[in-house]
Design a protein around this ligand. Sequence first.
Ligand SMILES: [Cu+2]
Length: 313
Amino acid sequence: MDNSKTFWLPEKASTFVDTVDPAFDLYLWISIFFFGLIVILITVFTVKYLRRRPDQLATAQITHNLTLELSWTIIPLIIVMGLFFLGMKGYLHMRVAPSGYMQVNVKAQKWSWGFEYPSGAINDTLVVPVNTPVKLVMTSRDVLHSFYIAAFRTKADVIPNRYHALWFQATRTGIFPVQCTQYCGTNHSYMLTAVKVVEQEAYNEWLATASDPGKGKTPAEFGAILYQKRGCSACHSVDGSKAVGPSWKGLFGRQENCGAGGMIMVDEAYIRESMMVPTAKVVMGYQPVMPIFKGVLSEREIVALIEYIKTLK
Ligand SMILES: [Cu+2]
């Protein structure tokens, strides 16, 4: 099978492609056909029935044409019923995960995605084995988001105070983009991540290390891992460059101008507060867009992140 993207659709990487793509192509060609037909008829009729002389009769005496009316009712009805059954078949297949699936919990928040595995592993990208049904149980910590994997032809809304499920089975290995497709605020367009599809053995290996990332590491080393895994890297650099948030380089011990909050010396307590209640003191020149990590980061993780920040001189 040719898995590359076409002019209309992105690359193909899940079992849903077999139902979604033919339906898409059919809808597309039906639309093109009728568009063409209508444009041609409008042109022909405009020329043919143009009123050329003042005594030319109008057509008010024509009341109706039964054959024409029946055909423009029955033919479209047959077409849309056919499309309905085609769509229904694909939709039902997408709604119910087959038995033996693997579950991953998904948490959305402004503006990042978090993935939690039954083993306790957490990550900011979704890593899954190839040819295995995966069920995502998704919820949001703030507003409505939408989880979309174009290469898998699947998407579902992610709603606060509710769990919404989605499943898929990837058919080949690779890295496929994930987007949020529900406008969720200022940085909505940066709410990106990826699905990484790997072979089963590679997945097992990854899961073993991801389940206990702090094992045998110093707090600062663990903090460096969390900086990636907890998605801090999306907004904070460690090399001094300005991003959505201030760089962590030289942060510890720095004098920070927090506008109405006054000048602040960055110490452990301030860093901790920045994670738990980010809006308590907002650094001058930045938007208050930092996600709340209260209840997300464990005590061990908070300490590790602080120790890591201290090493960034
Ligand atoms: Cu979003």
